[in-house]
Design a protein around this ligand. Structure first.
Ligand code: ADP
Length: 532
């Protein structure tokens, strides 16, 4: 027997059609690399998307073709996403901060046919161009003409009456590569269906709490897991988007205050920069109501500072492979009964899975472990926006029943809260017990004078590994190793205290702003503790 309800397809083009129809006049703002600001609307972006689709069709692009971008957050980038979806194409966002060899690998592996790039990345493009094997058209997104076709000219040559291609909801629409912290980067190929379900989930109160009246400034770049899906979620509700092609804290604060931004999202390092600017120049949080922080664990001191300022912190966990939302730190049912400190404790954890995804933890033998708030095991996830198979791989990336192994180690609490304790490869194994490098680092950045900290395991003849803490001081600070160790005494278990603290001018970061642990492990692999 068939049900009596229509089976409308879940297509990314429906998101832009909805926004352009129901929220045509809702403003969208773009701050460009040259310091100018333009105002547009969902209606105009909807029209630009159709024009872009027409321009792509004119260049011979068709269903399944990969169209790549090397670009910051701006409105042309947004309309190219939706226009690409409209020809049945696959929008491939590439991270310009990757090493050249990785960029070449990714473009060639994806077999991109078009590359749209920001003027500021022209040098990178020209350097790698001789090694790119599949790109037929190079298009410059912004700035003055410099020998390449210009996005705006191509788009303005079209009349915008393009009819979206016929598509299935399971067709691919987006491609993102993981940053390849181990081995070659791997591509995750999103579908129309996965992006739409993820968008509908993301707007929920317990996830990003987005509504028509929200003003969202995603600091997370559009090349980092599709700016965590925000450009899709915002279209679903007609929220105002404020894009910034600059990540300078002073620019971001100005936009937050002048555009009355209510929501923002970014990795913890972004907020470190924002706080430093606030400390130096003063100012308020404007209308900021909620910030979503994820990509790596959010330090306690950061959560405290934002919560004290009356800003809700949505501590989220996810991966490129999970579109990326896996969990989000919504307030639990007993929030109002908790003390301020207990509330911070809750937000320090990574939150709960929204409806749709399921989590479990397993031991080394693959057996499920209890959700008792104590057992820590390998975190697995499954759901309709979780990867099945990497792009062009021959085998599935998941085990039996769709469980995907995240490579993270976590605790599940009885109320459903998930707590990341570490990445499997980053845990410090001391005498058969595990020390969470994340917890050590996050405790250490609460110490006055410490700007950033990383913990790695170094060789110890008795314990196998002991923690070494690598610290960057705040400008002007002369905090010592003993100061940091003393500060940590009542913050972590005694046997977790780092054996030594070393100071460096800067820590290496991945292309998405996370501390590059692999590089640190390599650098300190022969380090000998003075006590040994
Ligand atoms: P990569 O870092 O390889 O580019 P992703 O951006 O997909 O890949 O990062 C996913 C990983 O980031 C997760 O597996 C987890 O280790 C880490 N991560 C993301 N959010 C959090 C969080 N809130 N707390 C701790 N770790 C996080």
């Amino acid at each position: 027997m068939l049900g009596g309800i229509q089976t409308g397809k879940l297509l990314v083009t429906n998101l832009i059609d909805h926004a352009a129809r129901e929220h045509a006049g809702r403003e969208l703002v773009s701050y460009w690399a040259d310091g100018t600001l333009t105002r547009s609307s969902w209606g105009e972006v909807g029209l630009d998307a159709r024009k872009f689709a027409g321009a792509m069709r004119r260049l011979g692009m068709t269903k399944g073709d990969r169209i790549a971008t090397l670009a910051m957050n701006h409105l042309h980038h947004l309309s190219s996403w939706y226009g690409t979806a409209g020809i049945g194409g696959v929008l491939h966002t590439v991270n310009p901060r990757l090493f050249e060899e990785q960029l070449v690998y990714i473009f060639n592996h994806a077999e991109d046919r078009v590359l749209l790039f920001d003027k500021m990345f022209t040098l990178i493009v020209e350097k790698i161009k001789p090694k790119l094997t599949s790109i037929e058209h190079y298009i410059q997104f912004d700035g003055a003409k410099a020998g390449y076709p210009i996005y705006r000219e191509l788009v303005d040559a079209e009349n915008g009456d393009f009819e979206w291609a016929e598509m299935e909801e399971t067709d691919p629409v987006g491609l993102c590569y993981t940053s390849g912290t181990t081995g070659n980067p791997k591509g995750v190929l999103y579908t129309h269906r996965s992006n739409v379900i993820h968008a509908i989930t993301e707007v929920q109160p317990d996830v990003m709490n987005l509504a028509t009246r929200s003003v969202m400034l995603p600091v997370v770049p559009m090349f980092h897991a599709n700016a965590w899906g925000i450009p899709f979620a915002a279209a679903a509700v007609g929220a105002k988007l404020v894009f910034s092609a600059s990540n300078e804290a002073s620019v971001l604060w100005k936009l937050i205050r002048e555009e009355k931004v209510t929501h923002s999202a970014g990795v913890p390092t972004v907020w470190l920069g924002m706080f430093a600017d606030l400390d130096a120049n003063g100012g308020d949080y404007g209308a900021l109501d909620m910030v979503v922080i994820g990509g790596s664990a959010c330090p306690r001191a950061m959560i405290e500072r934002l919560m004290m300022a009356g800003v809700r912190v949505g501590h989220a966990w996810g991966m490129t492979e999970t579109s990326p939302i896996g969990t989000a730190g919504a307030y639990p049912a007993n929030w109002d009964d908790l003390s301020a400190e207990e509330q911070v404790d809750v937000i320090c954890m990574q939150g709960r899975p929204p409806f749709g995804v399921e989590l479990r933890i397993v031991d080394d033998a693959g057996d499920e472990m209890p959700r008792d708030g104590q057992s820590s095991g390998q975190l697995q996830i499954r759901g309709p926006w979780v990867i099945q198979r990497y792009f062009q791989a021959e085998e599935d990336a998941v085990g039996d029943n769709g469980w995907f192994d995240t490579g993270d180690v976590a605790i599940l609490h009885p109320d459903g809260t998930m707590q990341i304790t570490d990445r499997a490869k980053d845990v410090i194994k001391s005498g058969g017990e595990w020390i969470s490098s994340i917890e050590l680092e996050n405790a250490a950045v609460g110490c006055p004078g410490v700007a950033e900290a990383a913990a790695v395991g170094v060789y110890h003849p008795k314990w196998d590994e002991r923690p070494l803490l690598i610290v960057v001081r705040k400008p002007g600070s002369d905090v010592s190793g003993a100061d940091v160790q003393n500060y940590l005494i009542d913050k972590v278990a005694k046997w977790w205290l780092p054996d030594e603290v070393v100071f460096v001018d800067a820590l290496p970061h991945t292309a998405t702003g996370k501390i590059l642990k692999r590089a640190l492990r390599d650098e300190y692999k022969d380090y000998r503790l003075a006590s040994v």
